[in-house]
Design a protein around this ligand. Structure first.
Ligand SMILES: [Zn+2]
Length: 90
């Protein structure tokens, strides 16, 4: 397992959905992040503790109706307004 092999077999970054615990390319996942200031947002840019959820499919609706997996991953309850906004997207 050389460094050269690792470069040649580069794959898109994969993250795990906190709802179904399946892995998927980052592009298929929505990233919740707890920013350093404590605010929770949906963003790919912000630094902080992150939690990924499948952007489509049942995972999103499950994440919206029962936010526990995300809240658990971020160690903080989700703000209600954030979930309302996500619900409107689907
Ligand atoms: Zn999922």
């Amino acid at each position: 397992m050389s460094a050269r092999t690792a470069l040649r077999t580069s794959q898109p970054p994969v993250r795990r959905c906190v709802v179904c615990r399946d892995s998927a390319p980052k592009s298929e996942l929505l990233r919740f992040v707890r920013r350093p200031d404590g605010e929770i947002a949906v963003s790919d840019q912000d630094h902080g503790r992150g939690a990924y959820v499948h952007a489509d499919s049942a995972c999103m609706s499950e994440a919206v109706t029962q936010s526990k997996p995300i809240a658990h991953a971020l160690r903080r309850p989700l703000p209600v307004g954030l979930l309302d906004r996500l619900g409107e997207r689907t």
